[in-house]
Design a protein around this ligand. Structure first.
Ligand SMILES: C[S@@+](CC[C@H](N)C(=O)[O-])C[C@H]1O[C@@H](n2cnc3c(N)ncnc32)[C@H](O)[C@@H]1O
Length: 440
């Protein structure tokens, strides 16, 4: 007797269309081995949206860039969000026994250790990292962890920090006092841990990392496990290249075993017994992948960012920020601002202060960038995204971004502490406009 499929088979044409869209937008690869995941996920997403799968794809393709609700609806159903605390305990043991001790030796003075859980799903990996790092690093090295994912619903769960029993099924347990017992065998993360971890949306396909804006520069440790296995190899390779540039010298990148073979130059495979991880080579710095070749034109605001080279203090401050030494970056950026109150310099100081949680001064600095240079797009974007600004002021700045970029080509790069692509800035501004308007 043949089994009845849970979902009627979708035409190849529809699956091809879905595969192309998800490949281009998210790097995801669907093949005969995971055809069912796509087929069933797409059918579920279409049912939830009250339409046919083919129609859902047409609507998704036609949706304006600021509206990612349909993409989210599909992502939720076609990606694998499986995760739990201390998954692959061997990586956490390695972290405590080798990776953190090596980082402590390499960093000449005590400073914050900065880690990223990329593709963190509902957050268990990011919380686990914060716990393991805090224990291994000791009191001299405070720890901060960034958790990012493309799935916004999963990020909401991550931020809530409350989990069911299934999330604590690892053979490795949390250090005492970090996970409080919750109902039905579940857990809640300790308040002290919440200060160390921040969750934000980031599509690994977007060319926006490393950057100060996404707090993905100068990292000591990146965990990107069980993510790239679902990507096209070229897309996975591009992600690894960017991650290499996100690491400070000697920083570690922990990926799933199969991804190791995709490591680009500048990352070396380091083996500890049966487990291998990647390390950013110290001796050779590879030319960063941004801007992508052929080098796109960088737009500088007419009134300001002169083509002349930045001051030595600015360059040193940027280098310190790119190496993850935020304390020194603040000190040098202040000197750079004393040398020259240009938008780029003010913005750099604002970004490093913001990463250190000093957002009130960041706001003042961003305001000064646009007062001095009314066409400084990234200043307007920063103000439009700043939650301390009022909704009408945020909208004013975000609309200014849209106007300033109206005639610009998608692939052009905007000058600022990190060159950011016009397409992405435009999308960010449009999405923020929608969010602020919806909340009113
Ligand atoms: C299997 S989970 C891995 C969770 C965690 N890293 C672990 O190993 O336990 C894979 C995650 O990758 C995310 N993902 C897939 N494509 C992505 C993309 N283009 N950008 C960011 N995250 C993505 C999915 O949303 C999902 O949450």
């Amino acid at each position: 007797m043949s089994s009845v499929p849970a979902t009627a088979r979708l035409p190849d044409r529809v699956l091809r269309h879905a595969g192309e869209l998800l490949g281009a937008r998210c790097g995801l690869r669907f093949h005969s081995g995971n055809r069912e995941l796509l087929e069933e996920g797409l059918s579920r997403a279409a049912r939830a949206e009250g339409c046919q799968p083919g129609e859902l794809l047409d609507r998704l393709e036609a949706a304006p860039p600021e509206d990612d609700s349909l993409l989210q609806a599909v992502i939720r159903h076609v990606t694998v969000g499986e995760t739990y605390f201390f998954r692959h305990p061997e990586h956490f043991q390695l972290l405590e026994q080798h990776l953190v001790p090596a980082l402590r030796r390499a960093r000449h003075k005590a400073r914050e250790l900065r880690a990223w859980s990329a593709g963190c799903a509902s957050g268990e990996e990011a919380w686990s990292l914060a716990m393991a790092l805090s224990v291994a690093a000791g009191p001299d090295f405070p720890v901060s962890v960034l958790g990012t994912d493309i799935n916004k619903a999963a990020l909401q769960t991550a931020r809530a920090g409350e989990y069911g029993r299934w999330s604590v099924r690892s053979s490795m347990s949390a250090p005492p006092g970090q996970l409080h017992p919750g109902p039905d065998g579940g857990v809640t993360v300790a308040r002290s841990l919440r200060r160390r971890v921040r969750f934000t949306y980031l599509n690994l396909r977007d060319p926006i990392y490393p950057s100060l804006l996404t707090a993905t520069q100068g990292l000591d440790l990146i965990f990107c496990r069980n993510v790239l296995v679902y990507f096209f190899p070229e897309a996975a390779r591009a992600v690894l290249e960017r991650m290499r540039d996100c690491l400070a010298d000697g920083g570690w990148l922990v990926v799933s075993g199969l991804d190791l073979s995709l490591a680009p130059p500048g990352l070396e495979v380091v083996t500890f017994g049966a487990t291998a991880v990647l390390r950013r080579r110290v001796e050779e710095r590879v030319e960063p992948v941004r801007p992508a070749a052929p080098r796109p034109r960088v737009i500088t605001p007419t009134a300001t960012l002169r083509a002349e080279p930045p001051s030595p203090h600015y360059s040193e401050a940027k280098r310190a920020a790119d190496e993850g030494d935020l304390e020194r970056a603040v000190e040098l950026a202040r000197r750079a601002v004393n040398d020259e109150r240009s938008p780029r310099t003010l913005h750099l100081l604002g970004l490093v202060l913001s990463e250190r949680g000093e957002t009130a001064e960041t706001l003042q600095l961003l305001r000064e960038t646009v007062a001095r240079a009314p066409d400084y797009v990234l200043g307007h974007l920063g103000l439009g995204l700043h939650e301390a600004e009022t909704p009408p002021t945020r909208l004013e700045h975000l609309r200014r971004v849209t106007t300033l970029l109206a005639q610009r080509r998608d692939e052009e790069l905007l000058a600022g502490p990190d060159p950011l692509p016009v397409a992405w800035v435009r999308k960010m501004a449009a999405a923020a406009i929608k969010q602020v308007e919806d909340a009113r």
